[in-house]
Design a protein around this ligand. Sequence first.
Ligand SMILES: *[C@@H]1O[C@H](CO)[C@@H](O)[C@H](O)[C@H]1NC(C)=O
Ligand SMILES: *[C@@H]1O[C@H](CO)[C@@H](O)[C@H](O)[C@H]1NC(C)=O
Length: 756
Amino acid sequence: MNSNCIGGALHLPLILFSFSHRILVAHPKIPPSRCFLSKATMSSLSQPPSPPLAEKVKHEMELFGDVRVDNYYWLRDDSRKDPKVLSYLQQENAYTEAMMSGTKIIEDQIYAEIRARIKEDDISAPLRKGSYYYYSRTLEGKEYVQHCRRPIPICDAPPSVHDTMPTGPDAPPEHVILDENVKAQEHGFYSIGAFKVSPNHKMVAYAEDTKGDEIYTVYVIDAETRTLIGKPLVGVTSYVRWAGNDALVYITMDEILRPDKAWLHKLGSDQCNDSCLYHEKDDMFSLDLQASESEKFLFISSESKMTRFVFYLEVSKLEEGLKVLTPRINGIDTSVSHRGNHFFIQKRSDEFFNSELLACPVDNTSATTVLIPHRASVKIQDIQLFSDHLVVYEREQGLPKITAYRLPAVEEPLICLQGGQAVQFIDPVYSAEPSESQFSSTILRFSYSSLRTPPSVYEYDMNTGESVLKKIETVLGGFDAFNYVTERKWATASDGTQIPISIVYQKNLVKLDGSDPMLLYGYGSYEISVDPVFNKARLSLLDRGIIFAIAHIRGGGEMGRQWYENGKFLKKKNTFTDFIASAEFLIEQKYCSKEKLCIEGRSAGGLLMGAVLNMRPDLWKAAVAGVPFVDVVTTMLDPTIPLTTSEWEEWGDPRKEEFYYYMKSYSPVDNVKAQNYPHILVTAGLHDPRVMYSEPAKFVAKLRDMKTDDNMLLFKCELGAGHFSKSGRFERLQENAMTYAFLLKALNMIPTCGRM
Ligand SMILES: *[C@@H]1O[C@H](CO)[C@@H](O)[C@H](O)[C@H]1NC(C)=O
Ligand SMILES: *[C@@H]1O[C@H](CO)[C@@H](O)[C@H](O)[C@H]1NC(C)=O
C-alpha cells in the first residue's frame, strides 16, 4: 500500500519503562475450576475477621483558604521502616489473607491452571547480531531467564527470513552469558533493566535492581568468561549504552529519582572520575538515552511532557562531547535516529500535533527536508532505520500500522518518501511493535499479538514483502485461538466523541444477552496506548465465560496526540467519563450488566479506578486498583515526591488555584464519600518509587472509615517489591490468581460443589 508520502516515526525506545510514568503493563488474568469448601473454610466464612482500623491523626493542609483534612497522613514514611506503619500494612495483609482464605483452593487451582499453560523450558526467537545468535532461555521450574548466545556457523549467504539457528549435535554450542536464576538466589527481588553487548561482542554491560526501587547497579563482564571487568557503577538508572568498546554512557537520578545527569565512563576507571556530559537542572525535565541503529551515534534527550530536545555524541569522536541536534523550544518534541549522512527527526509541534518526519545532513542540522508530512488522522509513533530502509510505526483509527520505505543510496539527497509497503495483519484489533532488528539487513523484525493471538515474532523481508512467523508463544493445555472472538466496538462519550473498545470472549461460553460477567480494563494517561495484547493468565477468566474488554479512553495515545490532550490537565475528567460511557455502552449492548461488571486499572489506571468508584459506585460489581495513584492533590503539591515536578505538565500544577480546585474535584482520596461501594481490591508495593505505597494505603483507610456497605475491601501491600510487583515469572502469577479469585468471589462464581 502506498500513499502520497506518508509514514510515521516514533521514538518509543526499545526500553520498556522509562522512569517518567506511573505505568501499567500487565493486564489482568483468571482461570476455570472445580470447587470444594473445606470445614476450615466454612468456619472462617461464618466468622469474618474484622478489618484493621487505621488510627486517625488529624493533619490539616491549607491552600487558597481551603483546608483539606488528611487523617491518614501519618501512613507516609519515606524511610519505609517506621514500625507503626509497617505493622499497619502487615495487619492489612493479614486481613486480606484471612478474607481470601475461603477461596484459597480456587486461588491455588487458578495458579495451577495458569502455570500449566506455560511451556516452562523455552527460548526466545534468536536474533542474528554480528557472528552470533542471541536469545534468552527459560528453564523448567525456574523463575528467571538465562541470556545466551551461539556462534553462527561460517556462511556467505546474506541473512534471510528463513534462517534458523542450528541446534543439532554439530551446531556450535550454546554459551550462557548470564543466568539470572543464579544471581537472583541471594535476593527477594531481582530484575535486569539493561543487557547490552559491546560492539565487538566481547563484553556485556547489564543493570541490576535487587529491591524493586528501580535504582540499578551496572556490571560489565567478559561475555565468554563472565568475569567482572572493573568496578560496578552504583546508583544509576537502566539507561546504559556502549560508546565504542572502551566506554559506556549512563544516566543517574537526583534525590527525587529524576534522571538528570548523563555520564561518560571509561572502562577501568573509577566511577567517581567519570565525566558528566550533561546536567538537566530543570526539574520538569528528565533525561533519556538511545543509540542509533547504525551504532555510530548516541542520543541524549531531555524531555518534559510537552517538550523534547536532543543532543548527539559521535561514538568515534567522544572527545568532542555532546552537540545539539534539536534545540530546546517549548512545545516542540523531537526524537531522532541516524543512517548514512543523515539524521532522521520525528518532530511534533502544536500545529503538527501528530508529528512529521524530517531529515537533515549530519553536518548541517538546520538544513531539514520533509520526508513524511503531518497528517491530522495518522500519528507517527516511531521509526526504525536500516542501511537501505526506513520503517515507520504509525497509528490510525486506533490501530497500529507498520510501513517500510526503501531509502535512496547513502550519497543521494533525501526527499519526500513515496511508495511505502504496509505490513498486513490478521486480527481486527491487535498490537504490533518494533523489535530489535539487524541494521545491515533487509529484514524487519516486529512483535505481534492480539487478545486471542499469543505473542508472536515476525520477520518481514522489506525487499520481497514476505513475512515469516519466527516464533509464537506456546500455550499448553488445549488452547485454540479459534474458540475466541475479538472485536472492536465504539462507545459514544457524553460530548459525542467515539471511544474505541477492544473485546474478547470465548465464543461457546457467552450468551451476549446481558447475563455474562465482564472485566473492563482502562488506563488513559501519558499518551500511552493500551494495545490489545494476549495474556495467558486471562484465559482463566475467558474460559469461565467472563468477557474481557479494554476501553481506549482519552488521555491515552490510541487515537493520536489530541486523544491525549483531550484527557489531561483541565480535561482530565474526560478520561473518567469516557470509561463510564464505555461501561454504559457495553451494558446497553448486552455485553454485561451492572451486577456483573468488574473493572481493573493499574497505576495511573488506578487513579481511573479511584475516580470512577467515587463518581459511579453503583455501576460496578467489583474493582481492582493496582498500585493506584489516588492521592493526586497531596502528591502533586509535594515536589520531594518522585515524579511530582515532571508531572505538573501531565495533571497540572495545583500550586495554581484553577488546577488545585480541578484536581481536588476528582482526586480519589479527597472524594471518598459516605456511600455504598462495590467490592474493592487495592494493591501496593512498599518500594514502589512511582506510586508511594502510602497513597493506596490512605485510600483504603479512608474508605474503611466512610463506606456504608458490607462489600469486601482488601488491601495487599507487597513488602518486598516495587511498582511491577514480584519479579519472578511464577511468583507474579500468584498475584493474578489472587486477583481472579477475588473477582470470582465478588461475582459469586465460586462453585460450592462440582464444576463451575
Ligand atoms: C581518579 O582521579 C584521581 C584524582 O584525579 C586520581 O588520583 C585517580 O588515579 C583516578 N582513578 C582512576 C581509577 O582513574
Ligand atoms: C545549513 O543549512 C542552512 C539551511 O539550509 C543554510 O542556510 C546554511 O548555509 C547551511 N550551513 C552550512 C554551513 O552549510
